[in-house]
Design a protein around this ligand. Structure first.
Ligand SMILES: Nc1ncnc2c1ncn2[C@@H]1O[C@H](COP(=O)(O)OP(=O)(O)OP(=O)(O)O)[C@@H](O)[C@H]1O
Ligand SMILES: [Mg+2]
Length: 238
């Protein structure tokens, strides 16, 4: 297994938000983490990334324990993170935003044809290439999302954690971001995706984890979620 999360508990002060989360991602998989608002999806990603310190439990990347490591060490171990808020640098050019992504992540092997470079990112994101020297802040919401994803790829992650990438985007940009994620996954990057847009999530993921108060490690196939209205009513619908 590339990522194995076992019995993960995270608190915010007295509030016990993650109560024994279990999940696994195999090399090359794209897995979705779904659930209603406030169930702890973002907290799960932050706990894996080391942005929030878990109280207990195990997070193994390729067999090595990473729970409790600071975020820069988690990044160097091979995990990239695209937060919900995107957080690109509006006053820096597209190129400089991408180059900043090299810093936190894994050093690419210069002989590896699959290493992520600016050229390779521009190949996957032609829209960004057109805007190489423009300030990030001038990009549309969808383009900023592409930039945030591109920047995280510059750290050469084996696993990318992506939080609500389609939030606030126009339908066309939602499709483009969806296609970019499919493309990146085909290129060999494993993905853990939190996504409210069920259509997008189920069109990308093979497996799904459903988060709720009652169930922290409930798994389903994308097909089951598509076809089982009861399952959707129980875990996903308001
Ligand atoms: N920094 C924080 N301090 C205290 N409580 C927090 C903090 N961040 C999140 N929470 C609480 O933890 C719970 C889980 O939040 P989280 O953001 O992980 O949920 P989520 O599943 O990502 O929700 P959404 O679908 O709305 O993004 C919520 O009750 C939230 O209010
Ligand atoms: Mg969230």
């Amino acid at each position: 297994m590339l990522l194995e999360v076992k019995d993960l508990n995270t608190h915010y002060g007295p509030s016990h938000v993650l109560q024994g989360v279990h999940l696994e991602i195999a090399e090359g998989e794209l897995v979705a983490l779904l659930g209603r608002n406030g169930m702890g999806k973002s907290t799960t990603l932050k706990s894996i990334m080391g942005l929030v310190k878990p109280t207990s439990g195990s997070i193994r990347l390729d067999g090595s324990e990473i729970a409790g490591l600071p975020p820069f060490k988690v990044a160097r171990a091979g995990i990239g993170y695209v937060p919900e808020e995107r957080r690109i640098f509006p006053g820096l050019s597209v190129l400089d935003n991408l180059l900043l992504g090299v810093k936190g992540g894994r050093m690419a092997d210069p002989n590896d044809p699959n290493a992520w470079t600016v050229e390779r990112i521009f190949h996957h994101f032609p829209k960004l290439k057109e805007r190489t020297h423009q300030h990030g802040g001038l990009l549309s919401g969808g383009e900023q999302q592409m930039l945030a994803i591109g920047r995280s790829l510059m750290g050469n992650p084996r696993l990318l954690l992506v939080d609500e990438p389609s939030e606030g985007l126009s339908p066309i940009m939602v499709q483009e971001v969806r296609n970019v994620l499919a493309d990146i996954n085909r290129a060999g990057v494993s993905v853990l995706l939190v996504e409210h847009n069920l259509k997008v999530a189920l069109s990308l993921a093979s497996r799904v984890y459903l988060m709720s108060k009652a169930c922290v490690g409930c798994q389903a196939s994308a097909e089951e979620v598509k076809t089982n209205a009861g399952l959707r009513a129980k875990y996903l619908e308001a």
